[in-house]
Design a protein around this ligand. Structure first.
Ligand code: ADP
Ligand code: MG
Length: 497
C-alpha cells in the first residue's frame, strides 16, 4: 500500500507538472505500411500481410491517407507541419512487435510546436502546449492465458497481429505547468478535447473502450513554480477520462508522500489498476535512449507540398470548440447546460437530431433525460443507445403535432429501444396515438358526464374548474391517450348547450 498525502496538502505544498502522450489510432482503410485491412476485431491474425507480420524481405510502402490524417490532426492542434520528415526505427524486442523495431518518427515529426485550448468544468480555458505529433505504427496484442491474465504467472501467451501496423499519431505535450490543483481535471479534459477533435475531423473513430485513444500520463512535483522540474513517473495506457483524472491525482498524492518523507521519486513507468484505483510500479525508465533510433532505410523521406497542406487546412471542418459556441447561441442554452451536454457526449447527437427536424429543446430533453439514463443503466456510450437522431426527431414531431403526449412518447421510446422499429411503427403496433378524433372523444366525454352530471351545473354556475374532473375521467378511460385540450373544449361546449 502506497502512502498518500491528502490532496489539499499536496496542492498547498507542491506544484505539479504534467506531460501527456496520447496515441490515436487512425481510421484509414488499410494499415500504415501495407494493404492489410485496418479493422477492429476479426479472427486472430486475420488482418495481416507479410509486412505486418515482419516476415524477412517484406518491404513497407507508406499509406498516403495516414500522412494526410496526420497533417489534418497536426493542423487541428495548431501545429507547424514539417516540410520534410522521415521515419525511424525504434528498436526493442517484444512478442507483439514482430520486426523487433517499431517504425516511428523521432527527431523529425510530421507536426510540431502547437497548442490546444481546453475548456474546464467551470468554463475556464486552459492552454496546453504541444511539442509534437508524429506518425507511427501500432503493435500487435499479447493475451496471457492462465494466472491473472498478466505475463507474470501466465501459463502461456498468444499473439494477435491484427493491430500490428495500424497507423497511429502520437501527440506529445510540452511539460504542462500552471495547472496546480486542477492538474487532474486538465489531464482528463485535454484527452477528451483530443478525442472530440479527432472525431470531428474524421481521422479516428476515437472509441476509448476499443483503445482507439490511449493516454500515458507523466506526473512530477516540484516545491514551487520557480523550482526545477522534479522526477516524473509515466503511467501507461490509461484509457478512460475518469481513470486519467484519478491516476493523475493518485500520482500527485503518492509522490508528495514520498517527497515529504525525505525520499526520492523513482523515474519509472507505472500501471493504472482500475480495480482499486491505484498505480503500481512498472519498469525503471531512463531519459537516455536505449532504443537506438536510426533512420528507416526502407522508406523515403515524406515531403508534404505546401499547397497540399493548405488544401488540407482549407478542408478542415468546424472544430468542436467553435461548434459549441455556435450551437450554444442557436439553441439558446446556458454555459452550464452546454457543459452538461458536452460532458454527456450528447452534443453531436442533439445537433444531428435538430438537423433531422427536432426542436433543440425537444432533442436536448430526450438525449439528456431518458436516453442518458438508459445508456447509464445499460452501461453503454450514449451514441451506442439503439435509437438514431432521426428516431428522436420523429418522436419530437409526433409530440409537436399533438399526436403523442409526453407520457405516451415515453412508451413509444421504450418500444423503439426494445427494437420494435421507428416511433411511427411503435405507435401503430402498440396503438399509442393520442385520441383526438372528435366522435371517440365525444362518446368518452358523454360517458363521464353521465357518471357525474353535477359537473355541467357547476360549470354553468361559473365554476369552470369543475371540467377538470371530466378531463381526468376521460384520460383515465382512454389510458392517457386522449387529447386533454380537446376534451376540455368538448366539456365546455356541452355546458354551453
Ligand atoms: P518518453 O520517451 O519517456 O515517453 P516523451 O518525450 O515521449 O518521453 O514524453 C514525456 C512526456 O512527459 C512529455 O509530454 C514531456 O513534456 C513530459 N515531461 C517531461 N519532463 C517532465 C517532468 N519533469 N514532469 C512531468 N512531465 C514531464
Ligand atoms: Mg513516449
Amino acid at each position: 500500500m502506497d502512502e498518500l498525502m491528502d490532496y489539499s496538502d499536496v496542492v498547498e505544498n507542491y506544484d505539479p507538472v504534467l506531460g501527456l502522450e496520447v496515441h490515436v489510432e487512425l481510421s484509414t482503410k488499410t494499415k500504415m505500411f501495407d494493404a492489410a485491412p485496418n479493422e477492429f476485431g476479426g479472427e486472430p491474425n486475420e488482418y495481416t500481410t507479410p509486412v505486418s507480420l515482419g516476415l524477412p524481405g517484406a518491404l513497407p510502402v507508406l499509406n498516403k491517407a495516414a500522412v494526410e490524417y496526420g497533417i489534418r490532426l497536426g493542423l487541428a492542434l495548431n501545429c507547424k507541419i514539417a516540410e520534410s520528415c522521415h521515419f525511424a526505427r525504434k528498436n526493442y524486442f517484444y512478442p507483439d512487435l514482430s520486426k523487433n523495431f517499431q517504425t516511428s518518427q523521432s527527431d523529425e515529426p510530421i507536426a510540431y510546436d502547437g497548442y490546444l485550448d481546453v475548456e474546464l468544468s467551470d468554463g475556464e480555458i486552459f492552454r496546453v502546449p504541444i511539442e509534437r505529433a508524429h506518425l507511427e505504427e501500432d503493435a500487435g496484442k499479447n493475451t496471457h492465458i492462465g494466472g491473472e491474465g498478466r505475463l507474470q504467472g501466465a501459463d502461456y501467451s498468444l499473439v494477435d497481429y491484427n493491430r500490428a501496423g495500424v497507423p497511429l499519431v502520437e501527440i506529445v505535450t510540452k511539460p504542462i505547468e500552471g495547472a496546480g490543483a486542477r492538474a487532474p481535471e486538465v489531464a482528463a479534459a485535454y484527452v477528451r478535447t483530443i478525442r472530440d477533435i479527432v472525431r470531428a475531423i474524421g481521422v479516428s473513430e476515437a472509441r476509448m473502450e476499443r483503445g482507439n485513444v490511449r493516454a500515458d500520463v507523466n506526473v512530477s512535483l516540484r516545491k514551487s513554480p520557480d523550482s526545477p522540474y522534479g522526477t516524473r513517473t509515466e503511467t501507461k495506457n490509461v484509457n478512460s477520462f475518469r481513470a486519467i483524472e484519478r491516476a493523475t491525482e493518485y500520482e500527485m498524492r503518492r509522490q508528495a508522500a514520498v517527497l515529504d518523507a525525505g525520499g526520492t521519486v523513482v523515474q519509472e513507468t507505472r500501471h493504472w489498476q482500475e480495480a482499486d484505483s491505484t498505480t503500481s510500479s512498472g519498469r525503471p525508465k531512463s531519459d537516455a535512449d536505449d532504443y537506438r533510433y536510426f533512420p528507416e532505410p526502407d522508406l523515403v523521406p515524406v515531403v508534404a507540398p505546401r499547397e497540399w497542406v493548405e488544401e488540407i487546412r482549407a478542408s478542415l471542418p468546424e472544430l468542436p470548440a467553435a461548434k459549441r459556441r455556435r450551437l450554444k447561441g442557436e439553441w439558446g442554452v446556458s454555459d452550464m447546460e452546454m457543459r452538461d451536454i458536452v460532458n454527456a457526449d450528447a452534443l453531436d447527437l442533439i445537433a444531428e437530431t435538430v438537423d433531422a427536424g427536432a426542436s433543440p429543446a425537444g432533442a436536448r430533453k430526450w438525449w439528456m433525460g431518458e436516453l442518458a439514463r438508459y445508456a447509464k443503466d445499460a452501461n453503454l456510450e450514449l451514441a451506442d443507445v439503439p435509437v438514431t437522431p432521426a428516431h428522436i426527431a420523429e418522436l419530437d414531431k409526433l409530440i409537436q403535432d399533438g399526436k403523442l403526449t409526453d407520457k405516451l412518447a415515453r412508451q413509444v421510446l421504450d418500444g423503439v429501444l426494445a427494437g420494435e422499429g421507428s416511433p411511427a411503427a411503435v405507435v401503430e403496433a402498440r396503438g399509442l396515438e393520442v385520441v383526438s378524433d372528435d366522435s371517440a372523444l365525444q362518446a368518452a366525454v358523454d360517458d363521464a358526464l353521465a357518471a357525474d352530471p353535477s359537473v355541467l351545473e357547476s360549470i354553468r354556475n361559473g365554476k369552470v374548474q369543475a371540467a377538470g374532473a371530466i378531463v381526468g375521467a376521460v384520460m383515465k378511460a382512454t389510458r392517457g391517450q386522449a387529447d386533454a385540450a380537446r376534451v376540455r373544449e368538448l366539456v365546455m361546449e356541452r355546458a354551453a348547450q
